[in-house]
Every structure is written in structure tokens, then in C-alpha cells.
Design a protein. Structure first.
Length: 262
């Protein structure tokens, strides 16, 4: 089995694949400092809770946008799984060509999403990821990553409101019954959700207009993506496991049967 680990700014998402099937998905918080032993024990316990024997894990692939935890995390994989993980970083085979000024600045998560969307749905494709940031990445029909757009994520925007405005509370991220809000909480929810819908639709239309690529499929992922995808006809597909599927695509291109330390 393959363990695919997506280390984002908010969460660490772990997917376990048996061939092409996802057998389990679980998450850890990213921002809590942990030692390699803590990471190792957490991963072992979560696998056990999902009835997966860690001895059946043949390989591990990791995509990370959080460099400061990687030393501990890599040591945990080596120490507890006896596997040298594949790191998604510049130079690795992804099936995607990066055609921007500085390819090394493109986050591993964005490359993974682009590889998955192109592999699953073809190109041209616009990939939206609603995470800590909301990102929009365009891949053409030949698998070339043409451009990326970055905006504040819904949760980040909500946190900025409550942190920087003394009288605004922390709120649940959900669509209110009406945009015509009658109280503080629903007014914040209306601004965040309807504002994100408006931003999403405008950026999709503008990308399609300026790119001149003809019909572009729009694929969305990310924890809060479902809320937005349900509210606009401009998103063709919502795929919550797109990033993990992209890691599987990239893993298959490495021609490595196992990372087990002999």
C-alpha cells in the first residue's frame, strides 16, 4: 500500500491507497509543534484505528508547503516505517510542465492538483483549491501549467475579520439563509460566502476570456470548496480527494516499487 501525505498550512491530510483505491483518509493539525516520535506514533495509531497494518505500507509520498516541520516529519517516516519517502519537489516527474518565470515558486500542492486534474479530466483545465488560500491554476491541453492566481482563503478571511475587528466574533463558515442579513454573524457569513462566490465566478470568466483556449473545464477541490461549488454553475466538477489522487499519479511516474530500507 501507498501512503500519500499532503502537508498544508492548516492540516496534514493522509491518504492510504491500495492500488488505485483510497482505503482511508485522516487529518492532523499542522501548526502544533511535534517531534519525530510524536509524528510517528500519531501516524501508527491512526493507521491502526483504520485497521491498516503499518507493515503493509510499501511506500510514502509527501507534498509539503510547510518547510519548518519537514525535518521531524521525514525522520518519523524513516524511523517508524523504515521507508525513505518520495518528496514532491523540483526535478521530480509530475507529467506537468511549469511555464512561469520561476517554476520553483509553485507550491507542491498546486503541482499535485494540476497533475491530478489534467490526468483525470484532460486539458485545458482550471483547478481551484479552496484551502488556507484560494488558488486558481490553469493547465493547457498539452499539460503545461500556464498561470496561477492566489487569493485569501475563506477561513483566512474570516479569521482576519475576527482578529482585526474587536467587535466581530469567530463564526462558522456556512451560507446564510439570505444575503439580506439581520445580525452580525449572518452578515459576516453573507459577506464571506457570497463574496467568495462572486470572486470565483469573476476570476473563472476572466481567465477564460484572457487565456483564449476555448472550452476550459473547471475543477474544484479543498475543504470549503463544496460550499462554493454548490452555488455556481461555472464549476464543472468538485473532487474532494483531487490532491491525494494527484500524488498517486505522480508516484506512478517514479518507477519505484518500494521505498523500504533494506
Amino acid at each position: 500500500m501507498l501512503v500519500a501525505i499532503d502537508i498544508g498550512n492548516t492540516n496534514i491530510t493522509v491518504g492510504v491507497f491500495k492500488e488505485d483505491e483510497i482505503k482511508a483518509i485522516f487529518r492532523l493539525t499542522t501548526k502544533m509543534p511535534r517531534t519525530s516520535d510524536e509524528y510517528g506514533m500519531l501516524l501508527l495509531n491512526l493507521l491502526e484505528q483504520n485497521e491498516i497494518d503499518h507493515k503493509d505500507i510499501e511506500d510514502v509520498i509527501v507534498a509539503s508547503v510547510v518547510p519548518n516541520i519537514m525535518h521531524s516529519f521525514e525522520r518519523a517516516i524513516v524511523k517508524y516505517f523504515h521507508i525513505i519517502p518520495i518528496m514532491i519537489e523540483p526535478g521530480i516527474k509530475t507529467g506537468i510542465r511549469i511555464a512561469i518565470d520561476n517554476p520553483k515558486q509553485v507550491g507542491a500542492d498546486r503541482i499535485v492538483d494540476a497533475a491530478a486534474a489534467y490526468g483525470l479530466y484532460g486539458g485545458p483545465v482550471l483547478v481551484l483549491d479552496f484551502g488556507t488560500a484560494t488558488t486558481y491554476d490553469l493547465v493547457d491541453a498539452n499539460g503545461t501549467f500556464l498561470t496561477g492566481i492566489t487569493a485569501p482563503g475563506i477561513q483566512s478571511a474570516a479569521r482576519a475579520l475576527s482578529d482585526d475587528a474587536a467587535k466581530l466574533p469567530e463564526i462558522e463558515i456556512k451560507k446564510p439563509d439570505s444575503i439580506l442579513a439581520k445580525d452580525t454573524i449572518s452578515s459576516m457569513q453573507a459577506g464571506l460566502i457570497y463574496g467568495q462566490i462572486g470572486q470565483t465566478e469573476y476570476i473563472i470568466r476572466q481567465v477564460k476570456k484572457e487565456a483564449g483556449l476555448g472550452e476550459i473545464k473547471v475543477v474544484a477541490t479543498g475543504g470549503l470548496g463544496r460550499i462554493i461549488a454548490n452555488e455556481t454553475e461555472l464549476i464543472d466538477i468538485y473532487d474532494p480527494t483531487l490532491t491525494l489522487k494527484g500524488m498517486l499519479f505522480i508516484y506512478k511516474k517514479q518507477n519505484r516499487k518500494s521505498g523500504k530500507i533494506k
